[in-house]
Design a protein around this ligand. Structure first.
Ligand SMILES: [Zn+2]
Length: 98
């Protein structure tokens, strides 16, 4: 069996990996939405130092409010441009996004 020392991905089925992901909230994950695949990175309250406008509801996400950052995982422009176009969403607004 080939071994990998890469810290990300591919080991979701292992209980250790699940515990690690839970322990390190702020871990990037991939979610499938109706319009494609997205990278989603939870932002903890203590690391949310700026206010943002949520693209779903148009309301402010205040500094110190836990939320999620999302950008396209299947962007035709490439990961760098997709990351540059990332948006900050209320956790709830992202969760209910189709
Ligand atoms: Zn919102």
């Amino acid at each position: 069996m080939p071994r990998s020392n890469r810290p990300r991905g591919r080991r979701r089925e292992e209980p250790e990996a699940l515990d690690l992901a839970r322990a390190t909230a702020g871990f990037k994950r991939t979610e499938v939405k109706r319009d494609g695949d997205w990278y989603v990175q939870p932002q903890r309250a203590d690391s949310a130092v700026k206010a943002y406008t949520c693209p779903a509801c148009g309301l402010e996400i205040g500094a110190g409010v836990a939320h999620v950052v999302a950008w396209r995982a299947d962007g035709i422009l490439g990961d760098a441009d997709a990351l540059a176009a990332r948006r900050h969403w209320h956790t709830h607004c992202w969760r209910i996004r189709p």
